[in-house]
Design a protein around this ligand. Structure first.
Ligand SMILES: CC(C)(COP(=O)(O)OP(=O)(O)OC[C@H]1O[C@@H](n2cnc3c(N)ncnc32)[C@H](O)[C@@H]1OP(=O)(O)O)[C@@H](O)C(=O)NCCC(=O)NCCS
Length: 169
């Protein structure tokens, strides 16, 4: 692990070649961090959505970003987050924050907060005035701290979540 107390954000857009490294980062974080809040069968169902092939699809469909520990563009990722959109029943689209993961050894050092700030600025830049997230049980208090308001509990076999939202701008 890098010993610097506050890593620089070093955030860049993910490309298809990042899929293998991002999958490894996400699976390791789920099995280490989220496994503290969900039973093993749910953890494995969640993991099925983050194989290298699934992550490659997400990179093609969403705006995926990664944070790395070193300046080099090919330095291994230490965190990731992505922006998707969901259609609103009344028309239009709502921005949705997806797949926020920070490697266990990098947690508690501001990487998650910087990734969320980056994604919120990106969503605002795309014209969104509101962003939602289906927060893991693990991250609920993290999002509350960043100003997200809880809307409802979302029970799911592949990992229940809390739907939360925050106005942008
Ligand atoms: C949730 C997660 C992304 C947070 O990333 P992180 O880099 O550790 O968070 P940061 O260091 O930026 O923390 C920002 C603030 O939130 C607080 N915080 C972080 N995780 C928290 C938690 N689980 N509970 C309460 N507060 C938390 C920090 O103490 C910090 O507060 P401060 O600014 O007052 O010091 C990370 O823990 C993670 O990857 N968890 C597992 C995956 C997951 O559940 N992701 C969310 C999917 S929706």
């Amino acid at each position: 692990m890098d010993s610097s107390p506050t890593p620089p954000p070093l955030i860049r857009r993910a490309v298809p070649a990042d899929a293998v490294a991002l999958s490894a980062l996400i699976l390791r974080t789920i099995r280490t961090s989220n496994a503290q809040d969900y039973p093993p069968d749910e953890i494995e169902r969640v993991c099925a959505s983050f194989t290298p092939g699934e992550v490659a699809k997400q990179i093609a469909l969403r705006d995926v970003f990664l944070s790395r520990a070193k300046e080099a563009a090919d330095a291994p990722p230490v965190g990731t987050v992505s922006l998707g959109v969901k259609p609103r029943p009344s028309g239009g689209e709502t921005a949705k924050l997806h797949v926020l993961f920070v490697a266990p050894e990098w947690q508690g050092r501001g990487v998650g907060q910087k990734l969320v700030a980056h994604l919120e600025a990106h969503a605002l830049n795309q014209g969104h005035r509101l962003i939602q997230v289906s927060s893991s049980l693990t991250a609920r208090q993290f999002y509350q701290r960043l100003g997200y308001r809880e809307l409802r509990f979302e029970p799911r076999e592949e990992g229940s979540t809390y739907l939360m939202e925050k106005p942008l701008g």
